[in-house]
Design a protein around this ligand. Sequence first.
Ligand SMILES: C[S@@+](CC[C@H](N)C(=O)[O-])C[C@H]1O[C@@H](n2cnc3c(N)ncnc32)[C@H](O)[C@@H]1O
Length: 400
Amino acid sequence: MGDFYESHPYPPPVDDLDAYRAGWDDGRRRADSHLFWPAQPFRDDRSVLVAGCGTAQAARYALRWPHARLVGIDVSATSIACTLELKHKYALDNLEVRQLAVERVDELGETFEHVVCTGVLHHLADPGAGLRALRDVLAPAGAMHLMVYAPYGRAGVYMLQDYCRRLGIGWTDAEIRDLAATLKALPPDHPIAPLLRASPDFSNRAGLADALLHPNDRSYSVPELLQFIDDAGLRFGRWIRQAPYLPCCGAVASTPHRDLLATLRPEAQYAAMELFRGTMVRHAVVAHRKDSQPSEARVSFEGDAWLDYVPIRLPDTIAVRDGLPPGATAVLINRNHTYTDLYLPIDAARERLLNAINAERAIAQIGATDREFARAFFEQLWRWDQIVFDISDQIQPTAA
Ligand SMILES: C[S@@+](CC[C@H](N)C(=O)[O-])C[C@H]1O[C@@H](n2cnc3c(N)ncnc32)[C@H](O)[C@@H]1O
């Protein structure tokens, strides 16, 4: 398996992270911090492990968190060499890089407040062993960012993987080139066609090899993922972007099934939404140790605590003003959403509340005059991935 990434490092190596660095300011850092730790005051000096860091991810994290201490590990010597080049180019004194397997991460002899592992576990021979090893190095109040493949949106990928296996196609440059040429002749309505058209992963040879020729590749439906997390001694925190998983958001909320879906437990709603949407290709979640204290760290709109939450706008959100529905002054969109039904029309009264968000004021200071109106709107903004909350004023932070 390591051999695969020696010859096909992924993502393809990059040597210029200037634009990436320029995209990270304190506003973005603050929003990111409260996405993972709503209940902890903002900090930018956490210890971060990037597990299976590939060619550039650890260097990106070191750039975006200059005051944090980063450790990047990967089994691939090629990926480590690419990361070391970026470390030297950008003088990343806050980054340590080690050639080490996720399963042996305990050899670092330390714990981390943030563990990032994206696009890795579904490639391991024993993903459970990898996740348990990561869980053991997660600090008690830490937060893990996991991304694994999802099955239904990747059905065409698994068909083509099977096709390649049957033909005995290997990883040489010539074989990958011939495969790329052959894919051009696929029927336009083949289940992989939308991915070939839309995903940057398929636009280069490294991406093609990673998607279609990887010797280990499994995926997790929502119930399988929740079980995977639970089995490793972890607790599901939230989706990195939650609106696609919520039946109150998007087109399904206007169907006759709206009320039926609303009666389901959250986990069953997420599973139903994965089936309804049908094209999810990955799941990205925040997970915590099961033995951390869960209840006080949750955003909730029951009781009165929400009045003290400080809303913070997510950086990739925009207000669109063209072609508005009747009565709307804007339509709010999160540019990271891939589903076009996830837009939130707002009127003038709601826009006044939105414009009062400044990452400092609590909801009580913004819109307490009509409490029910404010509660409903801020909950909506949160569910639609327009905002995160700093709820640390509510909660005594626990030591990491
Ligand atoms: C698809 S790449 C993802 C890279 C990076 N996490 C990202 O999101 O850009 C998968 C990476 O996991 C690494 N990898 C695979 N198995 C591993 C293992 N057992 N331990 C550590 N890294 C591993 C590969 O070498 C490769 O760099």
